[in-house]
Design a protein around this ligand. Structure first.
Ligand code: CS2
Length: 475
């Protein structure tokens, strides 16, 4: 019978509050912070984790004294590391006041976020705050918020009223110009509550952009059982990740930062070329594999990349449609980056489910796929491969696969997406989808040639299936 993991946590007040305590942060940012603290001999950058929705992660971590294992799944086996950076975990819906107090504490100098795209409550196509969202409306009128933008604004309000300075807001989600996105929604919401508060945040706060990268599939019970058997210790909150990691951060912090530059974080003046490279080359092809691989009957990224027609297709996307639209970050060779991605995807130890990546497509497609399509169309470059991704997504979010089997679609716009599907009529379906202004930028919504290409892609997908459609595009 394995023993339960338990550690006594440090009592030094945390310097960081992290919103969104999913597997990604625990396998990425938390590990860099652990190394930075070890290197600098301080534990002032410990973390209060906040779950914005459910108590599950807190309930698994609490009996372990907030410690957990991060397991690297490498080509030559697994390597486990104990992570002890968490000082406490709060569950926002249970006690929003406690979350605000943690964020407003004088010792809190950074609030970081991995809350996924939809956590910002903005329209992905425009970046504007979704003012009609019921939770945002709630946060305008109530001191105890529900959303991440609400917690950021209300805790800043408390800090200003107590004569404290703001913390740095460090967005670690896969959004282009992610610092500007979170700054935009915070200032917009603050402005609706108290325009002077918005000014104060704008003058004194900091919202550096970041690019984050590490493949971290959702942990399964089988993973936890395997770890317990291997180590003799039962850890209910373990996370499993690939060896690769990258973190690029704009060096603009308003209240100090850990020595991230000494543990491999790239501190730069402008993150945007890195963000574009990663979002379009990695996340873009992840979404391509997710929708089309799922419709072809595959289960994980590695399974899909074991199918040669998908490898040829993804290589064609990189070479012909994605790389030509990118400006490489200093010192990066995008062809070498593409080869490294193909290698990472093929790692059979990582069982990254297509279903997990397919989630929230309405929030992901604009920055992963549609922005590249729009730029290619404006420059007269090809877009047929990327249009097929959009066709695959439309079929996927219809809620039924090509054999008529149901798909468990998770997306904040799921109901509207399903309503936009016109079974058997590709042209009408494309018309309905292109009317979704939250998803499609105006230049694509009004591009008749793009609508025609999408209609041909969808008709081909319906007629020939996903694998044959992809095979046609892979040369
Ligand atoms: C994936 C990402 O779930 C998804 O949408 O594309 O989580 C991806 O694994 C990470 O961004 C890799 O850094």
């Amino acid at each position: 019978m394995p023993q339960r993991l338990h550690r006594t946590p440090s009592t030094t007040p945390p310097g960081i509050v992290h919103l969104g305590l999913g597997a990604f942060f625990r396998a990425h940012g938390a590990l860099y912070l652990a190394e930075a603290m070890q290197l600098s001999g301080t534990d002032a950058w410990g973390v209060t984790g906040v779950s914005l929705q459910s108590p599950g992660t807190r309930d698994r971590l609490q009996p372990q004294g907030w410690a957990y294992t991060a397991v690297e799944l490498g080509p030559d086996g697994e390597r486990a590391q104990l992570v002890t950076v968490l000082r406490d975990v709060l569950v926002a819906p249970e006690d929003p006041q406690a979350v605000l107090e943690a964020m407003a504490a004088p010792t809190t100098r950074i609030v970081s976020l991995t809350i996924t795209e939809k956590g910002y409550h903005h329209a992905p196509a425009t970046g504007r705050l979704n003012r009609d969202d019921p939770d945002i409306r709630h946060d305008m009128d109530n001191l105890l918020p529900k959303t991440a933008p609400g917690f950021l604004v209300r805790s800043m309000q408390i800090r200003r009223d107590r004569g404290l300075d703001p913390f740095t807001v460090l967005c670690c989600d896969n959004l282009p110009r992610n610092g500007a996105v979170v700054r935009g929604v915070v200032l917009e919401l603050a402005g609706l509550i108290d325009p002077r508060l918005a000014d104060w945040i704008d003058r004194n706060g900091a919202f550096p952009a970041t690019m984050v990268d590490r493949i971290v599939p959702a942990t399964t019970d089988a993973d936890l059982d395997r770890l317990a058997t291997a180590t003799g210790i039962r850890d209910e909150a373990a996370v499993f990740h690939e060896p690769f990691r990258q973190w690029v951060v704009e060096d603009r912090f308003c209240a100090g930062r850990p020595p991230l530059d000494r543990v491999g974080v790239q501190m730069v003046g402008d993150v945007s070329p890195y963000e574009h490279m990663k979002l379009r080359m990695l996340n873009g092809t992840h979404s391509a594999l997710a929708y089309l691989g799922y419709l072809a009957g595959h289960e994980t990224i590695a399974d899909t990349m074991a199918d040669p027609v998908f490898v040829a297709y993804v290589r064609r996307l990189w070479g012909d449609e994605i790389i030509p639209a990118l400006t490489p970050p200093p010192g990066e060779d995008l062809t070498v980056y593409a080869d490294a991605l193909a290698h990472r995807y093929a790692n059979p130890a990582i069982r990254h489910r297509l279903w997990q990546i397919a989630m929230d497509g309405s929030q992901k497609l604009p920055q992963r796929i549609l922005s590249t399509i729009a730029e290619n169309r404006a420059a007269g470059r090809p877009t047929a491969g990327l249009s097929m991704v959009v066709a695959g997504w439309m079929q996927y979010v219809s809620g039924t696969d090509l054999q008529g089997r149901p798909i468990d679609v998770r997306d904040p716009l799921a109901a509207r997406l399903a309503e936009s599907w016109r079974n058997g009529d590709p042209a009408a379906t494309v018309r309905e989808f292109l009317a979704l202004s939250e998803v499609f930028p105006p230049e694509l919504r009004h591009d008749a040639a793009f609508a025609a290409e999408l209609t041909v892609s969808l008709a081909g997908l319906l007629r020939d299936g996903a694998r044959a459609s992809v095979a046609r595009l892979g040369h």
